[in-house]
Design a protein around this ligand. Structure first.
Ligand code: NAI
Length: 282
């Protein structure tokens, strides 16, 4: 059965989430305050569907049909009929809290509300609504159309039925969900970011060159990309922010950000986006 799905926030993640739900045959409303973001989203989704059609992953006629299932709107009132709302707006607690309270007010009582946050507590966000049992984290990975994992985050108040619905939604998109208790970084970032941080310590201690550290993890652990090259892709500022959250939230020195990481961020060496990180991208 096709669901009515609303996605709020038409940035990097919201685009991808709207696209995969539309590809799954659902009727989607994609809403953003910023009209220009909606225009960029439409172009990006069309481009992404075009690439999938070229590769034969979807039929050519599905490109238009899929895009036709997405309504792009700046008006939040257009999402009231949704069965599921996934918010993917900026990573700011106050913005999300206000938006969720409003969504709670305008949607049907049975509507499930979800957040794609990567670092804010699902328990805290659920508490901004009057239906915390019908609230969960649905943490998609970038780029959403290609990455099959979805972390389903169970806040303290999330009901078993809501997790079961989240699982069913994700599986119908062809995704492979894992269920995770609410905790900073959930599972993937909790393990990935300290691993990368440790690679920065190893570099700073002169254990090996950046190339050798990356080759070690690629050839020794079958990782598709080395930790330092991955840090450059993620952005060293983003990585430092995550480690600072872990350090503060767990109160545990094992999450101490590597001093070299802090210094590189202070220098403006942020990775690919500044053309200078552990490698140069001139
Ligand atoms: P983005 O900055 O690309 O897009 C955010 C969009 O939200 C913007 O278009 C902005 O106009 C819109 N927006 C802001 N306030 C709004 C409001 N009140 N109502 C409607 N729209 C509003 O951000 P991105 O990277 O897509 O991240 C979105 C969320 O997804 C964040 O919570 C982030 O932590 C999470 N996330 C990001 C990943 C990534 O790789 N970028 C991966 C997984 C999760």
């Amino acid at each position: 059965m096709a669901l009515k799905v609303a996605v709020i926030g038409a940035g990097t993640m919201g685009n991808g989430i709207a696209q995969v739900f539309a590809q799954g045959g659902h009727v989607v409303v994609l809403s953003d305050l910023d009209g220009a973001a909606l225009e960029r989203a439409r172009a990006q989704i069309d481009r992404s569907l075009g690439k999938l059609a070229e590769k034969g992953k979807i039929a050519a006629e599905d490109r238009t049909a899929t895009l036709g299932r997405i309504e792009f709107t700046p008006d939040l009132a257009d999402v009231t009929a949704a069965d599921l709302v996934v918010e993917a707006v900026v990573e700011k607690l106050e913005v999300k809290r206000e938006l969720l309270a409003e969504l709670d007010r305008i949607t049907k009582p049975a509507t499930i509300l979800a957040s794609n946050t990567s670092s804010i507590s699902i328990t805290t966000l659920a508490a901004a609504t009057s239906r915390p049992d019908r609230f969960l984290g649905m943490h998609f990975f970038n780029p959403v159309p290609l990455m099959t994992l979805v972390e389903l985050i169970r806040g303290l108040q999330t009901s078993a039925a809501t997790i079961a619905s989240g699982k069913a939604f994700a599986e119908r998109l062809g995704k492979s969900p894992i269920v995770v208790k609410n905790s900073p970084g959930f599972v993937v970032n909790r393990i990935l970011c300290p691993m990368i941080n440790e690679a920065v310590f190893a570099l700073a201690e002169g254990l090996a060159t950046a190339e050798d550290i990356d080759n070690g993890m690629k050839l020794g652990c079958n990782h598709p990309i080395g930790p330092l090259a991955l840090a450059d892709m993620i952005g060293l500022d983003v990585l430092l922010a995550v480690m600072n959250v872990f350090y503060a939230d767990f109160n545990d020195p094992k999450y101490r950000p590597a001093p070299l990481l802090k210094e590189m961020v202070a220098a403006g060496y942020l990775g690919r986006k500044s053309k200078h990180g552990f490698y140069r991208y001139d």
